[in-house]
Design a protein around this ligand. Structure first.
Ligand code: GDP
Length: 137
């Protein structure tokens, strides 16, 4: 059993896709172990994306992530990190496989509806960034 962190980004919330995205996860058999909605502070968003801090789009990405509320989830299941990445599709929706969340609903490489941890180490860091142990059911 593995855990991953998922975020429905501000564009996903704004486009009223919370229900659709959660349905994709539940249909895949993932267990939602924690869930919260919040508007990230600049510090929270910068800390979350610190691995990208040298990238040219870092400032733009942080501005986007704090532009509206997000829905943050801990998903649990077998091989859930990779399976969630598969359901999300490639970062750029133009390259995302048909039927994936990003192919279906994303507008651009930045505004791509969802975040999902890419490895066990990042999942552990990202879950700890947003949830304390007692918040995970
Ligand atoms: P992910 O793991 O598929 O989310 O992609 P990355 O870890 O490479 O990038 C993190 C996030 O940064 C992406 O989900 C996008 O929201 C954003 N991003 C990635 N590449 C670009 C880019 O070239 N320009 C902008 N503005 N944002 C980007």
């Amino acid at each position: 059993m593995e855990r991953t962190l998922s975020i429905i980004k501000p564009d996903g919330v704004c486009k009223r896709l919370i229900g659709n995205v959660v349905q994709v996860f539940e249909d895949a058999g993932f267990r939602i172990a924690a869930m919260k909605m919040k508007r990230l502070s600049r510090g929270e968003a910068e800390g979350f994306y610190y691995v990208h801090k040298e990238r040219p789009f870092f400032g733009e990405l942080v501005d986007f992530m704090i532009s509206g509320p997000v829905v943050i989830m801990v998903l649990e299941g077998e091989n859930v990190i990779q399976r969630n990445r598969d359901l999300m599709g490639a970062t750029d929706p133009r390259e995302a496989a048909e039927g994936t969340i990003r192919a279906r609903w994303a507008d651009s490489k930045q505004n791509n509806i969802v975040h999902g941890s890419d490895a066990p180490e990042s999942a552990a860091f990202e879950i700890g960034h947003f949830f304390s142990g007692i918040e995970i059911c």
